[in-house]
Every structure is written in C-alpha cells, then in structure tokens.
Write a protein that binds this ligand. Structure first.
Ligand code: SAM
Length: 284
C-alpha cells in the first residue's frame, strides 16, 4: 500500500503494519509469477516488494542473507554443493560463495525478472553472480528438487517468499521428502521459517513436516530482520543426520567479512525463547 510518501505492508491477522518513507517509485511490473515493485526510500536505500510484501532493502538485508547461509554452512562438516531455492535477489548466493569449501552454488528461482531487477537496483547483492562456481537457473524449485538425483547436494537453502502462491509447495512434506532424497548423508535444508511471534503454528507445522519426511534433526534459529513482519525472523535447519555443534572454531576464524554474523551471534541465534520451547514441546 502506498500513500503520498510511505510504503506500508499491512500484516494480515497481526493487526500491525510496517512502513518506509519513500523518495520515488522506481519500477513496477507484473511478471509471469508475481507483481514486482522497486522503491527508493529515504532511509533504507532501495526496497524490493513482491506481491505487496517487503523482500529486500539495501540497508538491512545483511541480517537475513548472512543468517540464511553461514549458520548452515558452518553447521555442515564440509559443504561443497549448495542449492538456493528462491533467493532471486542474489544476496544469499553472494554469502554462500564466501566459503572456499563450496565448489558449486546453484540458485534456482522461478522468476527471472526478480534477478534482472536485482542486477539493476541491488548490484551489490549480485557481485558474485559471475563466480565460476555459481549457476543461475530460472525454474520452479519444487520441480528442480523433485527431479534431482540422490546424493547430489549438501545444503538446500530455501530462501523463498511466504508460503502462498508459487512458494506454497516449498513448505510441504512432499517437498521435504524430495529434499531428503537428493541430500547427501550429512545433508541439510535451511528454510526461512517466518516470524515466531506472528507465525508460530506455521513453524510447528514446518518442523513436523520436515521431521515426518526424515529430516528429523531440527534447529530453529532467531534473528532480527527489520523489514519483515514483527522485525524478528527465523530460519529452520532440518538435517538427515544428528546435528553436531556448529563449527565454532571455523566460524570464529572466518576469513571473509560479514556485517552481522559471527560465532557468538550463531550461538545466540540457537537460544530457544521460552514460549517457543513450550509450543514445540506441546506438539511432540
Ligand atoms: N528474503 C525473502 C523472504 O524471506 O521473503 C525472500 C527473497 S527472494 C526475492 C524470494 C524468491 O522466492 C523470489 O525471487 C521468488 O521468485 C522465489 N520463489 C517463490 N516460489 C518459488 C518456487 N516455487 N521456486 C523457486 N523460486 C521461488
């Protein structure tokens, strides 16, 4: 929703909204899959909106992109092959490619227009797109994973829009079964799992579906993300194998720059809020 100088995302059911003061509307188009908007804001740089939902801003995307990538990559013992389902703004891809152990990073987004707009309005997020290890594919991630060969990937990062429209199937037990089938023995999925304050039942349903699909070792991590509903977001790791402690020494000795992620933040993100613990215990 846009009034003269503000973009506002109203959160249905949460009786809340989030607004950013706007300088200019830079672009809008209906792609084959979703309605895409780009704004220039007063205080957050550029803003991408998909189907009325805030996706990424210049100012605060680092929280999300770093926590959706480094937490899983430093949890896996030796990640080599990584797929990003969604992630069309390319910020997660850039973070994944900071890991020297990664030999292949394939980004599978259903909507090429998201990436083409990111190249124009978020060039800093696309700076690793030409890395020889990177591959961009524009197809449905659900189909990609369904058709994938067994044992073909170490980490699947599901950096998708909310569980509606083209992304809905990415939150299903069948999708997690398909992930299970193509993950290596130490393989894991990490998926953006919305806000524990606003979407607690959804997180429980996701964790149950992941578990029923055989990805029964679960970790939900919590981190700030100003742009998204409630400003407090989560990601859930679901692994085939027992989840050992994350590689704290490697994380502390990381050779690449981050803005938010470090070993202490990773450890802190694993702390489970009391209401969350109780809600998940009730489902067990
Ligand atoms: N950080 C954002 C969030 O948490 O809402 C996600 C950013 S990224 C722009 C979301 C991407 O998911 C979009 O580019 C959209 O095209 C993609 N997407 C949605 N459904 C998909 C599907 N079934 N397969 C692949 N990509 C999909």
């Amino acid at each position: 929703m846009l009034d003269a100088h503000w973009f506002t995302e109203i959160v249905p059911g949460a009786e809340s909204a989030f607004s950013l003061k706007i300088k200019n509307k830079l672009h809008a188009e209906q792609s084959e899959f979703q309605y895409l908007e780009i704004y220039e804001t007063e205080g957050f740089g550029n803003l991408m909106v998909i189907d009325g939902c805030t996706m990424v801003s210049t100012r605060d995307n680092f929280f999300y992109h770093e926590m959706m990538s480094h937490t899983a990559l430093f949890t896996h013992p030796a990640p080599k092959k990584v797929w990003i389902i969604g992630g069309g703004d390319c910020g997660t891809l850039r973070e994944v490619l900071k890991h020297d152990s990664v030999e292949q990073a394939i980004q599978i987004d259903i909507d090429e227009r998201v990436t083409r707009l990111a190249e124009i309005y978020f060039p800093e997020l696309c700076e690793s797109n030409n890395d020889p290890r990177a591959e961009l594919k524009f197809i449905d991630g659900i189909k990609w994973v369904k058709d994938a060969a067994p044992n073909s990937v170490d980490i699947i990062i599901v950096d998708s829009t909310d569980p509606v429209g083209p992304a809905e199937g990415l939150f299903s037990e069948q999708f997690y079964r398909d992930c299970y089938n193509c993950l290596t023995p130490n393989g894991m999925v990490i998926q953006q799992s919305e806000s524990a304050l606003f979407h607690l039942p959804l997180i429980g349903e996701m964790r149950d579906a992941m578990s029923h699909a055989g990805l029964s070792h679960l970790q939900t991590l919590f981190f700030p993300q100003c742009l998204y509903p409630s400003g407090w977001w989560s990601a859930t790791i679901a692994s085939k194998a027992e989840l050992a402690e994350f590689r704290k020494v490697d994380a502390a000795a990381k050779t690449f720059a981050t803005v938010y992620y470090n070993a202490d933040i990773h450890q802190a993100a694993l702390a489970q809020p009391e209401f969350f613990k109780q809600a998940m215990a009730k489902r067990a």
